[in-house]
Design a protein around this ligand. Sequence first.
Ligand SMILES: [Zn+2]
Length: 429
Amino acid sequence: MPSIAYLECSRCQSHLSAEGVQTLCPQCGGVLYVRYDMAALRKSASRDDIQARAAASPTSLGMWRYAGVLPSAAPVTLGEGFTPMLRSRRYPNLFLKEEAANPTGTFKARGLSMAVTMARHYGLKKLAVPSAGNAAGALAAYAAAAGIEAHIFMPRDVPLANYLEGVAYGANVTLVDGLISDCARIVAERKDAEGWFDISSLKEPFRVEGKKTMGYELVEQSGWQYPDAVFYPTGGGVGLIGMWKAFEEMEELGWVESRGTMKRPKMIAVQASGCAPVAKAFRQGDVASQMWPNAATFASGLRVPKPYGDGLILDIVRQSGGLVLDFDDDQILTSLLDWARREGLFLSPEGAAATAAYDHLIGSGWLSPADKVVIFNTGAGLKYADVIAAAMNLALPTPGHSGREEAEKDHRGMTLPARHRAGGIITPQ
Ligand SMILES: [Zn+2]
């Protein structure tokens, strides 16, 4: 594993030392990127070593197969990363990156495995995170594994699983009447007095570094070639930023096979219409987003009314020739049930926003069915059991009631098609 050469501000390009703990650029508040001595890495890290290393050592499993391009520290690992890339049964050029296979059931495991690894490396004892839900669950798990205190702040109406895992892993859980932005403000106000290190998205350099492994993986799993497009549900956008960093590094290392011209994938960032600050900024040609008022969607991971990395996300999407799109909850639920019934995959609402985007762009002709596409399902649908059931107006049937009457209409007054309905209950005679 390589030493970090320095940390670089994404905004003003200042260099900082990684000898001690860093947060944001002290000059300008920009996000810090981990930089290595790439000339040395070209000699020491070869893509041929990856499989050999993974086969030889249990500590090189999962995303740690890329230890050659990650910071040098003893990993706090629960087996995250190197998730399956599944070919769609209906669209031969569509591949689904199944992040539900991670510990805690979501892609958040990658960033928090890396960030908690570095927190332990720096001797930090108390970590705090504002979260839309899944980052809190992942921090709680990795902090438990590392023997570090976790303080997590989530909206009161998070999926039950996120509250349950926080409590089960022994984290200090606070539910907030508000959104992730309100949680972030509470952490910022209290962290100095409490001695917490704020492990918020992009406010320290290592969650991006963990998430970048999604970029390495999708290229390796594509035969060391870029697909034509990557669809990514975008709340905080850390994975999108991390993947773009991975592509830059892989090009410097000579790991990406050229198909004629070396062309990075179009990055398609997908939001929910009930909270679409980046999509709105993209359409308006703006370089940053505005705080989205009254954010509301059952895709709880997309309820990020003003992502800290909005400028980076917009810049990357535009550089790639991509798009930022948004879909409403009915469109998301329809795509979720479509994939469950026709592909056998129970996507998270966020992942289903991305599959809805694929259908839309194939339908409009913006993409061709011949284009090779990777869609991220960022988490397991089962982590949202309560919110998806509520969106379907589905409850466990009681004896004597089929459950159909209850499921006939959903709470927005939309009559669900028959294929959305629940079955009845069979009472043993
Ligand atoms: Zn700076």
